[in-house]
Design a protein around this ligand. Structure first.
Ligand SMILES: Cc1cc2nc3c(=O)[nH]c(=O)nc-3n(C[C@H](O)[C@H](O)[C@H](O)COP(=O)(O)OP(=O)(O)OC[C@H]3O[C@@H](n4cnc5c(N)ncnc54)[C@H](O)[C@@H]3O)c2cc1C
Length: 289
């Protein structure tokens, strides 16, 4: 069976479980420096599906692709610690402030250069929450897409069978490679870091990180597997007016921090009476129905 080149789209996101008052900048963009950064949860599920494909088809390789500031190199390292073979950090001030359209354009440019057989992405990122990037990347590449995947049931190197988790239940679909699959949070959790991988990759760095620690260039003695690829706009090519804020039709007009007051919360039991009263209240204020 032909080994697969697998790319996982993984985003470094602010840990929105710890949002403080300086989380947002005046211009409505996220103040990423103020928030702990984590691996987007559903992207870890996507990574696990990618690693299972690699386990199943000998010779296959898994590479992560992440667009973000320099510190997003942590995403690549985390993937390496869990079994990936490499990754690319797409970083350039010209990518900053991108909405989903500009984000997917930049990712699609990089994907063309990586030339994979299959792309796995998370269904949704916990910060923008739009679930748009995966499908948009597929559109940009003119590839089919299977979203809300819970499991890749089978893959013969040419065709995949995928179980999807939908509101109304489970659906099994088949599709031909190449394609984009977005993975739902109901999929199996990602395997933990592997001690051997951790030892092998703990010193992996991008060139910028190397330069930040006072070196001009990579130490020639540094083995290739410890050099994390870093691509800028110049490396991926394309129409510069479609990157970053310039390429973003969506402008975040205003962002309000909604902090719930305790008086606004109500403790309910599972009793019929409470459920009945809740439904009536939600219908009365047009939240449902
Ligand atoms: C509060 C808030 C609201 C926003 N609202 C909008 C909006 O309405 N419309 C809009 O266009 N933009 C919006 N944005 C900007 C949006 O967050 C960014 O464009 C972002 O890069 C991608 O959108 P998303 O976070 O919704 O990702 P999603 O579309 O939810 O991400 C889906 C998947 O795509 C992949 N992916 C996404 N971003 C990256 C990345 N940088 N690197 C690698 N893989 C990635 C991951 O696998 C991820 O799981 C908003 C941002 C914030 C913080």
């Amino acid at each position: 069976m032909k080994p697969l080149k697998i790319v996982v789209l993984a985003k470094q996101v602010p840990d929105t479980r710890n949002v403080g008052k300086n989380a947002m900048k005046e211009d409505g963009t996220v103040n990423r420096a103020a928030l702990p950064a984590i691996f987007n949860p559903e992207d870890l599920h996507a990574l696990e599906q990618a690693l299972r494909l690699k386990d199943r088809i000998p010779g296959s390789a898994v590479h992560l692709l992440t667009m973000g500031p320099g510190r997003a190199a942590d995403i690549i390292r985390e993937g390496l610690f869990r079994g990936a073979d490499g990754g690319v950090l797409l970083t350039d001030r010209k990518f900053a402030g991108a909405d989903t359209l500009a984000t997917s354009y930049a990712l699609a440019q990089a994907v063309r250069k990586m030339n994979p057989d299959i792309i796995l992405a998370g269904r949704q990122a916990i910060d923008g929450d739009t679930a748009q990037v995966g499908p948009q990347v597929a559109e940009k590449l003119h590839w089919p897409q299977v979203t809300y995947a819970e499991e890749i049931i089978s893959c013969d190197g040419r065709k995949v069978q995928v179980k999807r988790r939908l509101e109304r239940g489970v659906e099994t679909v088949a599709a031909l490679l190449p394609l984009v699959i977005t993975v739902h949070g109901s999929a199996p959790a990602c395997r933990p870091r592997h001690a051997k991988q951790l030892m092998k990759y703990k010193r992996a760095k991008t060139l910028s990180e190397f330069q930040e620690s006072g070196n001009d260039a990579y130490d020639s003695r540094l083995p290739d597997h410890l050099r994390i690829t870093e691509w800028s706009v110049a490396d991926v090519g394309g129409d510069e007016s479609q990157f970053g804020l310039a390429g973003s039709p969506t402008k975040v007009k205003k962002i309000e921090n909604i902090v719930f007051q305790s008086k606004e919360s109500k403790r309910l039991t599972a009793s019929d009476a409470d459920m009945d009263a809740l439904i009536k209240e939600l219908m009365a204020n047009h939240t449902i129905g």
